[in-house]
Design a protein around this ligand. Sequence first.
Ligand code: GDP
Length: 461
Amino acid sequence: MLGKLQGWSDTIAALATPQGIGAIGVIRVSGKEAINIVNDLFPSKDLEKQPSHTLHVGYLKDGDKTIDEVVISLFVAPKSYTGENVIEISCHGSHYVQQQIMHALSNHGARLAKPGEFTQRAFLNGKLDLAQAEAVADLIASNTEASKRTALKHMRGGFSGILKELRDQLIKFSALIELELDFSQEDVEFADRIGLLTLLESIEKQVTQLLQSFALGNVIKNGVQVAIIGKPNAGKSTLLNTLLNEERAIVSDIAGTTRDTIEETLNIDGILFRLIDTAGIREHTSDIIESIGVERSLEKMREADVVVYLFDVNETSPEDLKSIVEEFENKHIKYLLIGNKADLQPLETYASKFNEIPRIIFISARENRGIDSLKRQLFVHAIGNNNLMDDTVVTNARHVEALEKIRQSLQDIIEGLNNKIPGDLLALDIRRCLHYLGEITGEITNEDQLDYIFSKFCIGK
Ligand code: GDP
């Protein structure tokens, strides 16, 4: 596979830190000639003679011209990120200096790296499997504690470890079945069919669990869409301000995603909650005819993962609230009921007024009461009974697709076993299942797929 990739033997270089002015910038060079090429530009020492994992300070020169004073980090193959010779040049964070260094490197035989090419090489050199390489991209894009933790876990091979175990178990059985085929004349069965069935069912259970974890994975990676809706004057903008004053999340732009609307986000215990159409909430609704308001609410509810329904506990009758709850239930909308302005009378008064309707959270948006319970409910709603610290969570749509094929092929094998199909057909089904498992970790890939996956990285990674 290695030889087939275009430009595989080239030495590549790229700026690994963001473009723009900074204290320092790092330029990464990887490939057989990396040390040689940088050596040409670094007269103060012979880098070829230096041991791996060492740092060297000196001037970088292109001919007579001094470019910058730099620190060189030296990693000799195979002990580097890519598995090749790698040099990292820490230079001053000026765009001009970095351009000159890149220019000099290219004059001496390096070429500009493609997006993700360093990580792609790490993968092809067996430093990471594909699921781990993808986690590198997720880690770079992560913007909350939970998404960082999940990406880091995948990067360290948590997910790959589980798949490898499933694969090993299946391989053992497939070996026994294949052995039977060699003795097909003698009509013997080495592979214990009952044992195989038990194993397959347990694998299928694990695969199903992984598939189910994708919902949570999605929450961790992309956040939860929340719509705050309610009648005019219920206190929506007051609630929004109270929430945002405390926990406004800082979200950086993620390469490759475009946002056509500005959205407000909340970070609650590491999960990102995206508030839909907050501009609409802030607008004064009094002069908008009711029907437009309703239209807009419906649209927001359809977009949302959860609706926060805010009502004024003093102005709302239990009957009205019941009919709204019914409507949510009928439309299968997930909702939280939040009774606002619970500060004008004692809380018990409100609790008994609405005692027939379960799970109302009483708050006062203006006085900042009950807001913690509201946040806790949002968080619980998002992650369910899962344990964010321990569970392995699937976050990648490509993995889900492969896992679905795995589950289907497992069901085929189980059905085949139950119908006592011949060993050669069984072996075929098992091989198909192994193939899909290998697709996730990259034991089985094609070049187009690889190019697609790595093209989503940034240059320099
Ligand atoms: P919106 O139309 O749903 O966005 O409602 P606003 O946030 O503009 O609030 C409408 C009115 O209710 C304003 O006068 C707020 O000061 C008042 N209000 C909002 N929250 C509370 C609360 O918790 N308690 C009380 N007593 N008044 C509130």
